[in-house]
Design a protein around this ligand. Structure first.
Ligand SMILES: [Zn+2]
Length: 139
C-alpha cells in the first residue's frame, strides 16, 4: 500500500523474524530453552538466565486487555486523522505483553480484562503490524 505516512518499526536482524511472522499472519514470541522464560520483544539473550538458546514460538493471538487509553484529541500529527483510536497493553495467553491498537471494535465498549484477538494490518508492502480486536460480547 502506498501513502502510509506514520512511523514504522525499525527492522533489525532480530526483529525481522517477528515482522516476517506478522506478514505471514503469525504472532511470534521467544521462549528460552534453558529456563523457560517467555520473551517479547525479541532479544538475543534471555533476560532471566542470560542464556542464548532462544526459540521462536507462535502465539495463539488471543489475550486480554491489561490497560488501555482512547485518544480523542491532541494526537501526534501522523495519527490525527485516526482519532478516536485506542492504544492498549495486551497480555497474550502465553504470558507476554505487547502494546498495540484496538481496532474493528466499539472503542466506548473497551474495558480492562476484556478478551481480544490479533488481527494483522499490512500497512506497507514490507510491514504488517499486529493489532487487536475485542472478541465476544461488547457493550
Ligand atoms: Zn533463560
Amino acid at each position: 500500500m502506498s501513502g502510509y505516512n506514520k512511523p514504522l518499526p525499525l527492522i533489525t536482524q532480530l526483529s525481522k523474524v517477528f515482522y516476517d511472522g506478522c506478514k505471514a499472519n503469525k504472532l511470534l514470541y521467544q521462549v528460552c530453552a534453558d529456563c523457560g522464560e517467555i520473551i517479547f520483544f525479541p532479544k538475543q539473550t534471555c533476560p532471566n538466565c542470560m542464556g542464548h538458546s532462544l526459540e521462536w514460538k507462535e502465539s495463539s493471538g488471543r489475550g486480554r486487555i491489561f490497560t488501555f487509553t482512547v485518544t480523542y484529541d491532541y494526537a501526534p500529527p501522523e495519527f490525527a486523522a485516526d482519532t478516536p483510536y485506542a492504544l492498549a497493553i495486551v497480555v497474550l495467553e502465553e504470558g507476554f505483553r505487547m502494546t498495540s491498537n484496538i481496532v474493528e471494535s466499539d472503542l466506548d465498549a473497551i474495558r480492562c480484562d476484556m478478551p481480544v484477538e490479533v488481527v494483522f494490518d499490512p500497512v506497507t508492502s514490507d510491514i504488517t503490524l499486529p493489532k487487536f480486536r475485542l472478541v465476544g460480547r461488547t457493550e
